[in-house]
Design a protein around this ligand. Structure first.
Ligand SMILES: [Zn+2]
Length: 105
């Protein structure tokens, strides 16, 4: 029975070693998962606060139209300048981000 006791102990040791390795692999996987989760949470917060900026958007400041793209996505007040072509096809364009808005939709 002494020999069998050693055999069982050896078997248990092998199983424990395999589980130890599995735990280490899972820990690495969990760390990556946490990283992805943190990135997603940050993206969610960023998108939600960008969306909330609509409530503070000023389309025109001192007669100057303001770029909606810069405000919503970057929280920056940037003027739109008129790309004069004459008539209703006039385009307003942001020099900062290139966003274009027609004078009349
Ligand atoms: Zn812009």
């Amino acid at each position: 029975m002494v020999g069998f006791r050693e055999t069982l102990t050896h078997e248990a040791g092998e199983l424990a070693f395999a589980e130890e390795r599995r735990a280490a692999a899972l820990r690495r996987k969990l760390a990556l998962h946490d990283e992805t989760g943190a990135k997603l949470k940050s993206d969610v917060d960023h998108a939600a606060s960008a969306a909330a900026r609509i409530h503070r958007y000023q389309p025109v400041i001192d007669e100057t139209p303001q770029c909606p793209h810069c405000w919503i996505l970057r929280a920056k007040k940037e003027p739109l300048s008129n790309q004069e072509s004459g008539g209703k096809n006039d385009l307003f364009k942001c020099r900062e981000c290139g966003y274009e808005v027609p004078l009349e939709p």
